[in-house]
Design a protein around this ligand. Structure first.
Ligand SMILES: [Zn+2]
Length: 81
């Protein structure tokens, strides 16, 4: 039986993606520190907002709103919704 694809519980990235697998079984390398601990909420939001703004060029405020909306749909951050 094939191993089911695993996704980061914080950002949704497939853990099979290049460089995505870090020390944690639940989170990708980008969402954790070198010991596999999940980043803070503020770090997660600002990191994703920066990425969204560079990709969609929507401005910092809108990028933060989208980052919050996206992250709160993830298991790791559902309690922030
Ligand atoms: Zn992640």
């Amino acid at each position: 039986m094939p191993h089911p694809e695993q996704y980061c519980h914080s950002c949704g990235m497939p853990l099979s993606a290049p460089d995505a697998r870090g020390p944690s079984d639940h989170y990708c390398a980008y969402c954790t520190d070198s010991e596999g601990n999940l980043k803070s909420w503020e770090e997660a939001v600002s990191g994703l907002a920066q990425f969204l703004d560079s990709w969609q060029n929507v401005g910092n405020e809108e990028a933060r709103k989208r980052a919050v909306r996206y992250l709160t749909s993830m298991p790791a951050w559902a309690d922030r919704a």
